[in-house]
Write a protein that binds this ligand. Sequence first.
Ligand SMILES: Cc1ncc(COP(=O)(O)O)c(C=O)c1O
Length: 442
Amino acid sequence: MSEATLPKNLTLDAALSEAEENFAARNVKSGENYNNSTLSMPGGNTRTVIHFSPFPLTFSKAEGATLTDADGNEYTDFMGEYTAALYGHSEPAITAAVEKALHQGIVRGGANDNEAAFSAAICDRFPAIDRVRFCNSGTEANLYALRTACSFTGRSDVIVMKAGYHGGVLYFGGECPLNVPMPFHPVTYNDTEEAVAKIRELGSKLAAVILEPMLGGGGCIPATAEFLQALRAETEKSGALLIFDEVMTSRLAPGGLHGQHNIKPDMVTLGKYVGGGMSFGAFGGREDIMARFDPRIAGHWPHAGTFNNNALTMAAGLAGLTQVYTADRVEAFNAIGDGLRAKMQDAIAGAGVPMCVTGLGSMAVFHFGTGPITTPGDAVAAPEALKAILHLDMIERGFYYARRGMIALCLPTTNEDTTRFASAFGDVLSNRASLIHQAVKG
Ligand SMILES: Cc1ncc(COP(=O)(O)O)c(C=O)c1O
């Protein structure tokens, strides 16, 4: 159905059924692939976050910032693989580095010739990382950082943020039966008083406070400087470690967000784009803490992982950080994202709907309710059906983002792309304005 003929007075359920039927008709091959997948994977899925109804798209090709699905439909990629696809999908410097590494031979069972330079590039770039160790995912990086904090301090308890996400087994947005069994204490993001009180209450039991300096999956909500400074001061007093999860946020400033805030956490975790698009995680920080992993020292802590230094990741990550995502590029890229958020906010105002956009630089989330949003509870909890309709409408217009409303730009994305996105977004919001008003009023 074309935009002009879209009925304006559908109920949420009817509008969703219609949008899903249109989506299924345009995506026959993705639908078939999905149905086949359900025969061997529960729900046809091996990664919860990429599932959406009626079925997720199968992407057969990706180039620059363009995704092509199995049916030949093209999308400008505003999801950016939840920040991991920062380099886009075919950055020549990364492709060349990976091809070279591939031809040198994989799984060599020893050190390779890129890991020293890659670790040095990371230590140079991120002020709080004196020494770093690699692993295979952000989840693993955070698990290592947390266990390091417990072992280093001889303490057990950890303060986390409500709605925080640090990996598949470290999820604090609701009940997560698969979380690792550690004594976690969730506090409200940006609520300095609550966090300081909890740090003091836990006293000598507290091993660490872990948080993202901008809550990423929890809604792209930036931390206030006051909140971060208070956490730094109080953890120092308590003897607990402050861990910044910069798996997503390290892309937002040349020295990561801790560099921008001029705060030195004791440990920092990295993941996603830093591996150049390959499987990657890293944890690092203060030299005296990381020295415990030095295998030359008696009683050192073991840190294993067959693929920790895998040749393809080391090559891709090094090329990305040193040849592509240089400090100048970090600034220019994030300015494009700042522009996008302003354009989206204009689109929202133009459509007259009660919504707002949060984020920093190249990351954004749109929320229901007019804000301000300084903590996850400030957003209006809109029905999933409404999020689904907007998502499917934008897919129909050739734009891909995460259904929950999250956007992460890819480097090849231009200001023209963000203008096109915001214009389509404005059309969708205008078409669906009555549904949005109904849903947000409750
Ligand atoms: C802030 C943050 N930490 C950790 C992770 C986990 O990283 P991975 O998916 O590589 O395990 C994610 C993934 O989305 C994340 O957003």
